[in-house]
Each structure stands twice: as structure tokens, then as C-alpha cells.
Design a protein around this ligand. Structure first.
Ligand SMILES: C[S@@+](CC[C@H](N)C(=O)[O-])C[C@H]1O[C@@H](n2cnc3c(N)ncnc32)[C@H](O)[C@@H]1O
Length: 233
């Protein structure tokens, strides 16, 4: 999905995004995004005072999980392409009194031009499968991380379950496509669930990649460490 398409889709759905997650993901599809979010945050090994960036932060559903770890002395920067999503994130931060949250608008593929590093950790949930070149984003992430800083990502790697549950594909496919269209995606299978070599792309850029599958292989949660003094190429 080109950033412009994401912008159009998420501009339309921003006002309902949190409710859509609650209804379709949590209740209907039984996808416990809260668990996956906190698992991804746990992979970052955060401590009080850390500086963290959330790439494709959307309405800020990860913020509470990060802030619980980094406390008031930490700094959290959310980057997103869609102003309407950032407005929601800002309203969330304001209403919660999170004065250490800053929001930046722009394309994740140009993150190093937009974010003032170095960060101790970078997180991204349910965004990388939307960008045309996730590997470009991974390289940009490596540029804004401090050496040994950690990156964690959680996303969809396919649209139907692995194993025998894959037989449900004729039902699952249209149901998931319907839900994803509600999130503003014109072509769900071209974005979420599009086969991409996630682990290889991460291993090309980061050290110590830990790659785990969840939800019958539909989702993955992974982390990696920025290489020592090497320049991310
Ligand atoms: C499904 S939402 C995920 C939001 C949030 N991370 C979450 O887990 O709820 C995807 C977000 O990625 C953003 N996005 C898509 N393409 C982007 C890009 N190239 N650069 C920055 N943000 C992008 C969209 O604007 C949207 O807010």
C-alpha cells in the first residue's frame, strides 16, 4: 500500500479505529491485540527513562504499554502518516496527561529524516505490512537506534491460519477482507497477509532476531538488536 492510499483509508476510519479494533479484532476474530502489543513491548527490554519511537503509531494504542515501562522520565515519539490518526493519538495523550509523548507526521520509509535519535528502542505494530518497502523502514530504524538498541515488530504475515485450520480459508478470507476494508484497505490481501520474507528482512538488518508466530501463524512478533558500530546499510 502506497502511503497515499494508507492516508486516504485511515483518514476515513480514524474516528472509528479503536471501536473497530474492539469489535472486530477482540470480539469477533478473537485476536487479543492487547497481549500481542505488550509481548512486543516486553521484547524491547525497556527501563525507566528510555527513549522510544512507535512507527505507524496510529491512535496510540501502544502508548500505555510503553509508558508503563519507561515512566514519566522516559520519552515516547509516535510517527504516523495519517494526520487524522495522529489527532486521535494526541487526544489520547492529552486526556491521560502524558506530557512526555510527542507526535510526528510522515512516512516511515523516511524515519531517519523525521525522528531525532538515538532511541533506546523502536516499536511498530500492524503498520509494516502496509508500507511498500518494510526493509527500507528497518534500515531507517537501525539509523535512529543507538548501538544495541532494540526493535520489535508485530504484524500479519498471512491472511489464513496455518495447518488444518487453513481449510477454513473460503470463510476466513472474505471475512478478514471485509474487516480490513473497514480499516480503509482497498486490497487487503495485497497488504496485510501479503507473503513477505519477514524474518530474512529483519535478519539482514538486525542481530539476534527472535521471530515468533501467533494466532495460528497469521501474526508474527519479532525483535532484533541494532548492530554494534556497523553502519546500517
Ligand atoms: C492498522 S494501523 C496500526 C496503528 C497502531 N500501530 C496500532 O497497532 O493500532 C496502521 C497505521 O499505519 C499508518 N501508516 C501506513 N503507512 C504508513 C507509512 N508509510 N508511514 C507511516 N505510517 C503509516 C497508518 O496511517 C495507520 O495509522
Amino acid at each position: 500500500m502506497e502511503p497515499q492510499e494508507a492516508l486516504e483509508g485511515y483518514s476515513r476510519s480514524a474516528g472509528q479505529y479503536d471501536q473497530l479494533i474492539e469489535f472486530y479484532f477482540r470480539r469477533l476474530l478473537r485476536i487479543n491485540d492487547v497481549t500481542y502489543r505488550s509481548e512486543a513491548v516486553d521484547m524491547l527490554g525497556l527501563k525507566e527513562g528510555d527513549r522510544v519511537a512507535d512507527i505507524g503509531c496510529g491512535t496510540g494504542l501502544n502508548f500505555e504499554h510503553v509508558l508503563r515501562k519507561i515512566g514519566a522520565s522516559g520519552r515516547l515519539v509516535g510517527l504516523d502518516y495519517t494526520p487524522a490518526m495522529l489527532e486521535r493519538a494526541e487526544a489520547r495523550a492529552r486526556s491521560q496527561g502524558w506530557s512526555n509523548v510527542r507526535l510526528v507526521r510522515g512516512d516511515a520509509q523516511k524515519a531517519s529524516d523525521l525522528l531525532q535519535g538515538p532511541f533506546d528502542a523502536v516499536l511498530s505494530t500492524f503498520c509494516m505490512s502496509l508500507v511498500p518497502s518494510p526493509k527500507t523502514v528497518f534500515r531507517e530504524v537501525a539509523r535512529v537506534l543507538r548501538p544495541q538498541g532494540r526493535f520489535a515488530v508485530c504484524d500479519a504475515q498471512q491472511i489464513v491460519p496455518k495447518g488444518p485450520l487453513g481449510l477454513l480459508a473460503p470463510v476466513v478470507r472474505p471475512a478478514v477482507a471485509f474487516v480490513l476494508r473497514k480499516y480503509g484497505q482497498s486490497n487487503p490481501e495485497a497488504d496485510y497477509g501479503r507473503p513477505r520474507p519477514w524474518k530474512t528482512m529483519l535478519t539482514d538488518v538486525f542481530d539476534g532476531v527472535n521471530f515468533e508466530e501467533r494466532y495460528w501463524g497469521i501474526l508474527f512478533i519479532a525483535s532484533g538488536v541494532r548492530r554494534g558500530d556497523e553502519k546500517a546499510s
